[in-house]
Design a protein around this ligand. Sequence first.
Ligand code: WT7
Length: 652
Amino acid sequence: MSTEPSALDDLLQEGRRFPVPEAFLEGAPHVSDASVYAEAESDFEAYWEGWAEELDWYERWDQVLDWQPPRVKWFVGGKLNVCHNCVDRHLKGSRRNKAALIWEGEPGDVRVLTYHDLHRLVAKFANVLKQLGVEKGDRVAIYLPMIPEAAIAMLACARIGAVHSVVFGGFSPDSLADRINDAEAKVVITADVGHRRGGLVPLKSNVDRAVVNTPSIEHVIVVARGAGIAEDVDVGMQAGRDQWYHDLMRDVRGGVPCEPMDAEDLLYILYTSGTTGKPKGVVHTTGGYLTQVYATTKWVFDLKEEDRYWCTADVGWVTGHSYVVYGPLANGATVFMYEGAPDWPDRSRLWQLCEKYGITVFYTAPTAIRAFMRWGEALPKQHNLSDLRLLGTVGEPINPEAWMWYHRVIGGERCPIVDTWWQTETGAIMITPVPGVTETKPGTATRPFPGIQAQILNDDGDEVRAGYLAITRPWPSMLRTVWRDEERYRQTYWSKWKDVYFPGDGAKLDEDDHFWILGRVDDVLNVAGHRIGTMEVESALVDDKRVAEAAVVGKSHEIKGQAIAAFVTLKEGIDSSDQVASELKAHVVEKIGAIARPEAIIFTADLPKTRSGKIMRRLLKDIAEGRAVGDTTTLADPEVVRKLKDRYEDEE
Ligand code: WT7
């Protein structure tokens, strides 16, 4: 288990309890009676069916659930369109002129799109895609900054039944090319540049470098994000391949209607890291996904008509898909979106935005909260945050001090905190407080959302108090497969126990039967809330000609939760140096992206291996953490570890 014993002990001592705040109850939350849990349990299929009925369908399903493990279908035979549910259906009545998206760019420019505006743009852009030859089922890559066009592009794909694959703008050209190739995307949508910390991210030039290696790409659509703000952005449009978004939008006549989609038709592919060097294309479909993101957004964030909701995630991650775009828009909410960095032009930007837009519901990651803590409470205290009524966190376990700080400084002790556990694969929130009913404790995601069933199991599949988290019943927003790799789907998620989903996390139950998530138990790191496979980083390192072998482990980090430590063996005749270390770090950034930059590179003549040749990661982790070295008797050459440990301590 990757969580340290000391951290575990701290968790066990957590005795503070936070009942639902009075002020929150006065706001008449959607759920204020815990009987919803029992009702959902009494017939979970009927319960999810009730949620599906809150969406618009062209044709009703004839069966709620078809479960042939690990193949699943929800709302079998039903027909609907996600874009219709997120946009078109709100055009009737009072939401027509309501703000759907309020957006602020990093340089301070503002755009507000009503549902009516959003509809017009999405329907037109859907037509643009159609005219470029994108058909139902085709894949479209989206590599954009956090600008309204990211949501417009996703919804336009959904409108015509194209499958989007959003690639986080921080990924390198190589990573982008790998994802485009795996999905065989026909079109990539990007921007000339993105704005980040006052600088420009060269998205289009990254795309240019990627697409020389992506035979499937026929068109590159470029949103002008630099124009008028950053002068002299010359992105070199390649005739016949590249087109400006604004030109295409100007030339297209009108919009296109929504394509009726089968409940099980693909909505999107989203790549996420696993235990091999190759990211997995997690496949999500239409009816079940929308049902669960709709339900969880409504209940977990208690979303009301008048809320001003802000989820700080980038659309490049699943949180951005489910809780920036699909969940809140399906609920007809007003979504606030911000393009840039939290510390630009200064470290109070987010609080200034909360005050300016009167944000009521705020959802962010523990790593961000720890950074805010570090920056000091004086900054948020200079802003009026009194409109906030609910706070959320996601991405990694939240340490109790960060939780308490969030509660006190940001929430003014009046806002419930929803600590939401879920994954790219689960598509939507799975374990979470329901804010009007759940007493919370700092550090626990509490209990499964109504209708979800989770347990803690050991290797044999017996129920235990501390072990592996397991999801023991299908849920609507489940991943359906790994794109073109059904075997990997079965192997990764369904082979540990029979017909039970294995998320890869360790967990523990407390005396209230609340779940404490303890972190990954596989070779996956969680760096600042982003999932990174150790193998991916190792492959990037050995890709450098000078590297003979590399082993990557996680190392505790005050802000990021985990940072990357890489043990590297250089080839014969190559000398280690600080210079080589920084070149290797740069090489990883070049291959994967800045999120994968190793924090520490430790050169070693040998890596500790078992007699069968397996790298002893646990031991490397102990060394990286500066902890006492554990049992080394299975080491082929125990000297290696001693030397490594000395070396590491010298460098600290
Ligand atoms: C992994 C999933 C789900 C969106 C963001 C990350 C960890 C996520 C929590 C939480 C403890 C959490 C788990 C999980 N995780 N939320 N509230 N408490 N751990 O999505 O990249 O698919 O990563 O993030 O380890 O398996 P992801």
